[in-house]
Ligand binder design. Structure first.
Ligand code: SAM
Length: 446
């Protein structure tokens, strides 16, 4: 069949060995259209997509009948939802089966960009849990920052480090997610470039790199803590065989019950998603627990004299200011939940931190300039002045152009759409300055 000619022969041979009975159906599915799916942000409810088909393993996941232009939806820019492939959302079921989500935990998402699973983790974690979300590649880290900022949570620290840089954090995290860089076979339908990049040599290289990442991560996991490992490939050498190898690191695999989800394939250690059996892309996920008596990371005590309450400028922007502390780094002012301070002090000594808590703003001359992060964060006060824009005005605003708005208010003001914050404007008599970040603006023409 011609459909098979576009795939490397070594790949189709491997799939035949994995799926001897339904190889043809699988290959035909690869030639079809990828389902479009999104995950709703419960912090920013709008009712949009409420009636769309639900994804059974994710309470906030929805399949869309067609792919709308997300770029031209102001709610997308406000962080009301995240566009994510459905199989990946099975992280939620694994999280629940591990009994996580009710107690405070320290979570590391080691390979995090663009942020699909990190934004999902923020929604699943208790609000007094800390997410350290890490991406080593600078450009990808910028995208991660953008997506985390849009999601609106303050209990997050964004780092840009190699896995080995976490060496000083032995036994620190309760949960580590490794959504490993992989040979990407599960994306062949969605991303045709992934086919070009595939080779047997690359599969082997990915498998070795994954082991290296896991080796560094395992040392940072608390005994009794959980490692969640996932890829978007079908290769056993990147999936089950890696999990088998992990047992020598003192990690024991935990079975995930998939009886409620016909279509998901149980492998020796994990769950495999094939696109001809479920409505989603190729994906693999497994869970492990680190053996050993429970220990706590012992850290040098934090100098609490350095802790500073929020200044009056920030108090006028942030809800419950008494629960936050203020930090100044290179002219930027951050507001961080007080309970995160100890962890921040520990992490700051060892890692390259790109964002922590809420980037609230900066001082220019005598003025406080509020940052975009603050506008999109859920901890912003509800009484900050705002101007509601219609769809056309919102798109103009998101292009960094000047919408025509009528307001009595002068000074800093939020641009909102359907009640959700889009960013800052400064209103002056007869003039408006648009403070939407230039590098986030809509460039595309309709
Ligand atoms: N978890 C992300 C999500 O849900 O949106 C997707 C992660 S993607 C599969 C893997 C990430 O690992 C990429 O962003 C890539 O830049 C990063 N990466 C590549 N090489 C790495 C390495 N040696 N160590 C850690 N991360 C690496």
């Amino acid at each position: 069949m011609t459909i098979n000619n576009q795939y490397p022969e070594a790949f189709t041979e491997r799939i035949k060995a994995l799926l001897p009975d339904d190889y043809d159906v699988f290959m035909q599915t690869l030639d079809g259209v990828s389902p479009t799916s999104i995950r709703i942000n419960e912090l920013k409810p709008t009712g949009k997509f409420a009636t769309e088909e639900s994804i059974t393993w994710c309470a906030t996941g929805k399949y869309l009948n067609e792919r709308p232009s997300f770029t031209f939806d102001p709610l997308f820019h406000a962080g009301a939802y995240y566009v994510q492939e459905a199989s990946s959302m099975f992280l939620e079921e694994v999280w629940k089966q591990l009994g996580l989500g009710t107690q405070p935990v320290k979570v590391l998402d080691l390979c995090a960009a663009p942020g699909g699973k990190s934004t999902h983790l923020l929604s699943l974690m208790s609000k007094d849990s800390l997410l350290v979300t890490n991406e080593v590649i600078p450009n990808r880290n910028k995208t991660l920052q953008q997506n985390i900022i849009k999601w609106g949570y303050a209990n997050c620290i964004i780092t840009q480090n190699k896995p080995e840089d976490f060496a000083g954090l032995q036994n620190y995290f309760d949960v580590i997610l490794i959504d490993a860089p992989c040979s990407g076979e599960g994306l062949f339908r969605k991303d045709r470039d992934a086919i070009e990049e595939w080779s047997e040599k690359n599969v082997e290289m990915c498998s070795l790199r994954q082991k290296d990442i896991v080796k560094h991560a395992a040392a940072c996991l608390k005994p009794g803590g959980h490692l969640i490992y996932s890829t978007c490939t079908y290769e056993p050498v990147e999936n089950d065989e890696n999990i088998a190898w992990m047992q020598q690191l003192g990690l024991h695999s935990i079975a995930i019950d998939i009886s409620a989800y016909p279509g998901i394939t149980k492998t020796i250690y994990g769950c495999q998603f094939y696109p001809h059996r479920i409505k989603g892309e190729g994906f693999y996920i497994a869970a492990l627990k680190k053996e050993g008596p429970s220990t706590n990371y012992t850290a040098p005590p934090v100098n609490h004299k350095k802790v500073q309450a929020l200044s009056p400028a920030l108090q006028s922007y942030i809800q419950h200011p008494e629960t936050f502390v203020e930090l100044t780094k290179n002219d930027f002012i951050f507001a961080m939940p007080l309970w995160m301070m100890n962890d921040f002090a520990i992490l700051e000594k060892r890692l390259y931190i790109r964002n922590a808590g809420i980037l609230a703003g900066s001082i220019k001359g005598k003025d406080f300039l509020p940052a975009h992060d603050l506008a999109l964060n859920n901890n912003i006060r509800k009484d900050v002045p705002s101007v509601e824009l219609n769809e056309e005005e919102a798109i103009t605003y998101l292009r960094c152009e000047t919408p025509k708005v009528k307001s009595e208010h002068l000074g800093w003001c939020l641009a909102t759409y359907q009640g959700l914050n889009l960013g800052w404007m400064k209103l002056m008599p007869g003039r408006l300055n648009n403070y939407f970040p230039k590098d986030w603006r809509i460039l595309k023409r309709a």
